[in-house]
Write a protein that binds this ligand. Structure first.
Ligand code: TXA
Ligand code: MG
Length: 319
């Protein structure tokens, strides 16, 4: 049984104690729920991969309370300091050169010479990090390849019995995962996410290079750039993109002028649509819907993250 912890001081204390004991604890961030463990503890980190059935070559993000604490683990070039000052705490993850003396479990980085770090602005996550006092490795708290969780109920639907506890902070405000930028040292957009790429480019005063494109063959799912697995974020049902109407048997997810059976945002608002995306897909999963179609989503701002998740949800799946 996985414990559901209340979002109060005793709940945070219990979550921090479980982390210190080497357990896995899910906690809310502004993007999606994470599945946390002590990033310095090989056994604890191995337990994350086991609970999620996550391939061991796919590295994890380390969550830290602030940019200052990041200096213990990574080299921070000027561009990283600029982005951190502008957007942390927030929905941004930076991939930076790992320091030799970082003390982070090599399972976290999957042996890469870089480490992904993020400073979340969710008050419960920040309270947990402060109480625990160390680096917390945390991927999204879903079985590998499935929909990311934006509520404690979603976490339990996927991982009940496989993790010690979930700290229940209600629904996540942003609803899609953080934007990941690589800086080694050229800035590369590794994953579109909750912070629009346009804002990052404006801060850097330079365009972000595109990540190397993912493998599209389900048999070759080892990514050339991690985070680029082709089939991912998948609901149980099939998914058809850019639909302006439902075919027989399909449930249509609308947006703006495409009404649909359910809508990501009747007003055509991308922030609202991102916040609702995984909720709507989880609900259709729970209802046993087998064929889903989704309206076109504009490909700018948060729409880039939404379209990225939808394309992966629609991608051919490994057998
Ligand atoms: O919003 C988020 O980022 C959430 C919350 C919990 O923080 N976390 C999250 O983690 O989405 P996850 O594991 O589901 O996605 C992290 C992605 C993975 O696709 C992984 O391949 C990539 O980050 N990644 C991690 N370390 C990396 C590295 N050193 N180089 C390149 N990509 C990396
Ligand atoms: Mg994930």
């Amino acid at each position: 049984m996985t414990r559901r912890l209340a979002p109060d001081s005793p709940g945070i204390d219990t979550a921090a104690r479980l982390l210190a004991e080497g357990e896995r604890v899910s906690f809310p961030t502004e993007t999606v729920y994470g599945l946390g463990a002590d990033a310095r503890d090989d056994r604890a980190v191995a337990g994350i991969f086991a609970a999620k059935d996550r391939p061991a070559f796919n590295p994890l993000i380390v969550h830290l309370p602030d940019m200052e604490s990041a200096e213990r683990y990574v080299d921070l070039p000027d561009s990283a300091r600029r982005l951190g000052a502008a957007f942390w705490p927030g929905a941004l993850t930076l991939v930076l050169p790992l320091r030799a003396d970082a003390g982070i479990s090599p399972l976290v980085t999957a042996g890469l010479p870089t480490l992904a770090i993020r400073v979340t602005d969710h008050p419960l996550a920040r309270a947990l990090l402060a109480r625990f006092g160390g680096p917390v490795a945390a991927p999204s708290a879903n079985p590998s390849g499935r929909l990311s969780p934006t509520s404690a109920d979603h976490v339990l639907a996927g991982l009940d019995g496989r993790i010690a506890a979930v700290l229940d902070g209600g629904p996540c405000a942003v609803g899609v995962e953080s934007t990941i930028v690589g800086l080694a040292p050229e800035p590369v957009l590794l994953r579109a996410g909750g912070l629009p790429a346009e804002a990052i480019e404006a801060c850097l005063g330079a365009p972000l290079a595109a990540a190397p494109s993912p493998s599209t063959s389900p048999g070759e799912d080892r990514p050339n750039a991690p985070g680029q697995l082709s089939s991912h974020y998948a609901p149980r049902g099939s998914l058809r993109l850019d639909a302006t109407g439902a075919r027989p048997g399909e449930t249509l997810i609308g947006f703006g002028s495409v009404a649909g059976d359910v809508s990501l945002s009747p007003a055509g608002d991308l922030t609202e649509a991102a916040a609702r995306l995984f909720h709507v897909l989880h609900d259709l999963d729970a209802a046993g819907v087998e064929a889903i179609a989704v309206a076109p989503i504009p490909d700018h701002g948060l729409g880039r993250a939404i379209n990225d998740r939808l394309r992966r949800a629609a991608a051919p799946r490994p057998a």
